[in-house]
Design a binder for this molecule. Structure first.
Ligand code: DQA
Length: 147
């Protein structure tokens, strides 16, 4: 399988951005850990970070041509983007939503996710580990439906 990993706005700043909330880990380190796990699970990854909603929508629309699932941290677009939600619904690829922080424990505007209703599930609150748990869950799902 191939999985498309999408990181939304401001996640390029991980490591320097609000480290008390998001930790010290950089996006590069997260992608490296994901690649290591992917290798042990026998899947390949394509990782993309963008600060632009339309770039993320385009990547989701293109995903079915080369990927079987999507792992996404939509970042602030989680709470605002009907366009990203509609793109996920349109392509109908299994999608797992992840967040470093526990969005349900934070400001009330972060409690609602436009993405959650079109995702297989959501993993939030485990820092960089959320991504690894999300990848495991997605790959387990893909293996189950393929068998
Ligand atoms: C985030 C949570 C969002 O509320 C926030 O806008 C982010 C990061 C997380 O990973 O915890 O940028 O998605």
């Amino acid at each position: 399988f191939k999985v498309l990993v999408l990181h939304g706005p401001n996640l390029n700043l991980l490591g320097q951005r609000e480290p008390r909330v998001y930790g010290q880990v950089t996006l590069e380190t997260i992608n490296q850990s994901l690649h290591n796990l992917a290798e042990s699970l026998g899947v390949t990854l394509e990782c993309l970070q963008s600060n632009h909603e339309g770039v993320l929508v385009d990547a989701i629309q293109d995903a079915p041509s080369h990927a079987q699932g999507i792992l996404i941290n939509p970042a602030a677009y989680t709470h605002t983007s009907v366009a990203i939600r509609d793109a996920i619904a349109a392509v109908a690829l299994p999608t797992v939503e992840v967040h470093l922080s526990n969005i349900h424990q934070r400001e009330s505007f972060r409690h609602h996710s436009y993405i959650a209703p079109v995702a297989l599930g959501q993993i939030a609150g485990f820092g960089a580990e959320s991504y690894l748990l999300g990848l495991r869950a997605l790959v387990a799902h893909l293996q189950k439906v393929a068998s």
